[in-house]
Design a protein around this ligand. Structure first.
Ligand code: SF4
Ligand code: SF4
Length: 282
């Protein structure tokens, strides 16, 4: 049976589409954005996450561990930690079970002009599961937040099952995109064209990273790309925060941003507004 791995479900979300929403975070992403603040969404499988700040070094986790040399994310240590510092992120669901849980709040979300947003990680990384879940949520307002890095056929199928698409556009420059995310943006720009010609409602989100995509040239290139886009509701600029690296150590990962995290990003809404594109800072 088809299953998906979810690392978080956030209720009462108000920034992921209209009204009050429930946002579901899918695990797994093909990109490796240097500023990613959800590193637990990168790997597709369940992972051990440890907050070592208040560890009392009792050794209980080590004593129970079947693989001390290299964690296999089995979760055996989780219930043995007296300080509750250990947890497994990533839970497996069928679309039926997950939608059953989500739909309990459907009347409340509808009454508040909201719905469901499927985010990540990259939800399209679990494409078949995403489509099945979207199908189960029909009749509600459904949004998908994606980097747009997925096969065109899948992207078109997602468009057919959503009321709103949130596309995260990191850089319009292929070299900069590759340097800071690990992959070039050709597939993303092709899907952006599909999105524009679909006429469906969409929001473009730009994570603004100091020294990466906050130059006047980049803003102008992005605004040029998005002018005359009929379905575009607005551009949302999201400022980089240096707290983004907080969770890497908890996953045994190193945070290596490769840009100046102390610098404030240059937030420029005017370049979009001057071309008639609504633009806000979130
Ligand atoms: S999850 Fe815990 S018990 Fe399992 S391998 Fe990793 S450290 Fe050991
Ligand atoms: S069981 Fe918890 S408190 Fe004890 S050593 Fe492991 S992480 Fe620290």
């Amino acid at each position: 049976m088809l299953t998906g791995i979810i690392f978080d479900i956030k209720e009462f979300a108000v920034f992921d589409g209209p009204g009050i929403r429930t946002t579901v975070f899918f695990k797994g992403c093909p990109l490796r954005c240097r500023w990613c603040h959800n590193p637990e969404g990168l790997s597709p499988g369940p992972q051990l996450m440890v907050s070592l700040g208040s560890c009392i070094h009792c050794g209980a986790c080590l004593a129970i561990c079947p693989s001390p040399a290299a964690c296999i994310h089995c979760g055996a240590c989780v219930s043995h930690c007296p300080r509750r510092l250990r947890r497994i992120v990533g839970e497996e669901y069928t679309a039926k079970v997950l939608s059953g849980r989500l739909l309990r709040d459907s009347p409340y979300l509808k009454a508040n002009g909201g719905g469901y947003t499927l985010s990540g990680g990259e939800p399209a990384f679990q494409g078949d599961f995403l489509l099945e879940l979207l199908g189960c949520l029909r009749g509600n307002h459904r949004a998908v937040e994606t980097s747009g890095y997925c096969p065109g056929e899948l992207f078109t199928a997602i468009l057919g099952e959503t009321e709103l698409l949130l596309l995260d556009l990191k850089s319009v420059d292929p070299d900069i995109h590759e340097r800071y995310t690990g992959l070039d943006n050709r597939i993303i720009l092709e899907n952006l064209e599909r999105l524009k010609s679909s006429g469906g409602d969409h929001i473009i989100r730009i994570p603004v990273i100091p020294g990466v995509n906050d130059s006047p040239e980049h803003y102008h290139a992005a605004a040029e790309l998005l002018k005359d886009d009929g379905g575009l509701i607005r551009v949302e600029l999201l400022a980089y925060h240096k707290t983004a690296g907080a969770k890497y150590g908890m996953l045994g990962m190193k945070y290596q941003p490769g840009f100046d995290i102390e610098k404030k990003p240059n937030m420029d809404t005017d370049v979009f507004l001057s071309k008639g594109i609504p633009c806000v800072v979130l």
